[in-house]
Design a protein around this ligand. Structure first.
Ligand code: CP
Length: 328
């Protein structure tokens, strides 16, 4: 697709999505049509990957505010915003006024006064991105880059895109999500996206204290036995043990967890022969996934990382198009 054609598709999307995508805070309630539009624009951007920079967001200022550690999300948002020609500022929170006691809302109002058009926010507290979205000016957008145990919408979208890339579509697939579901914002967002895109079955697999049966209310099946949960599945998504969110003593040891729930070639024999392995990262080798399996052809984990750039380019350009369309 040429840059002109990309502009035209972008203009069309601006009109269609100006209301729904003012902010991107959660995947709950996100329409299938919207997910597919994000994927279609991602396809266009991937086709034009030789074009390192597109002038789509020239003059826009995007502020990255990461109150929690991140490698993949922060870096791919930064690359994505740069490739769309936005002015990108990464606030160093260790040296910012928040470390001197300034409130989150005061920090946001201060940065907004510097004419920010978008905040991309990661925060340890569930609901932090929603709080910010309630306080920003009407022309400013907020993208949730992960809040507590609640949501991580762009991760779920890039995961959906990666499944579609390797399996053709999400519709009709059987998908297992294995590990610490209880503390996983990624899993919560994924479940919504996978259901919206028509997954046939979503199995949640892990120890009883990390995968409560209440999760079945989300339209999933809960398994505490790995062999049962992996039976015939097309996609297996490992999740990290989020020890920083556990009060302590939830799991006996990494070794014991690996023995019962660790993904290995041997344990995958009950899955579909062409099942792919995914993980949002960061991965603990030898805890969630055997090191050899992680490095095998079945693993599409690095594709997830790469797709994070184009999916985030697509998502932030669609979100910012709301205010942009007022001016054009
Ligand atoms: N998947 C994910 O959110 O990774 P980071 O914590 O490295 O951003």
């Amino acid at each position: 697709m040429t840059t002109d054609a990309l502009y035209q598709s972008h203009q069309q999307i601006q009109y269609d999505h100006r209301d729904e995508l003012h902010h991107l805070l959660t995947t709950e309630g996100l329409r299938r049509e919207t997910c597919e539009r994000i994927f279609a624009l991602t396809d266009s951007l991937t086709e034009t990957s030789a074009v390192r920079k597109l002038p789509v967001l020239r003059g826009k200022t995007i502020v990255l505010l990461f109150f929690e550690p991140s490698t993949r999300t922060r870096t791919t948002f930064e690359i994505a915003a740069n490739r769309l020609s936005a002015d990108v500022t990464v606030v160093n929170l260790a040296t910012s006024a928040t470390s001197k006691g300034e409130s989150l809302v005061d920090t946001i109002e201060t940065l907004q006064a510097m004419q920010a058009d978008m905040f991309v926010v990661r925060h340890a507290q569930s609901g932090a991105a929603h709080l910010i979205a309630r306080h920003v000016a009407p022309h400013v957008s907020v993208v949730n880059a992960g809040d507590g145990c609640h949501a991580h919408p762009t991760q779920a979208l890039l995961d959906g895109y990666t499944i579609r890339q390797h399996k053709g579509q999400v519709e009709g697939l059987r998908i297992a999500i294995v590990g610490d579901l209880l503390h996983s914002r990624v899993a919560r967002s994924q479940i919504h996206v996978l259901k919206t895109l028509g997954a046939a079955q979503i199995n949640l697999v892990g120890p009883k204290n990390l995968v409560p049966t209440e999760f079945e209310a989300l339209g999933t099946r809960v398994y505490h036995d790995l062999d049962d949960g992996l039976q015939g599945v097309d996609v297996i998504m490992g999740l990290r043990m989020q020890r920083e969110r556990m009060a302590g003593g939830v799991l006996p040891s990494d070794r014991e967890y690996f023995r019962y729930y660790g993904l290995t070639e041997e344990r995958l024999k009950v899955a579909a022969p062409d099942a792919i392995i995914m993980h949002p990262g960061p991965v603990n080798r030898g805890v969630e996934i055997d090191s050899a399996l992680l490095d095998s052809d079945r693993s599409v984990i690095l594709d997830q990382v790469t797709n994070g750039i184009a999916v985030r380019m697509s998502a932030i350009s669609l979100v910012l198009s709301r205010s942009w369309s007022v001016e054009t």
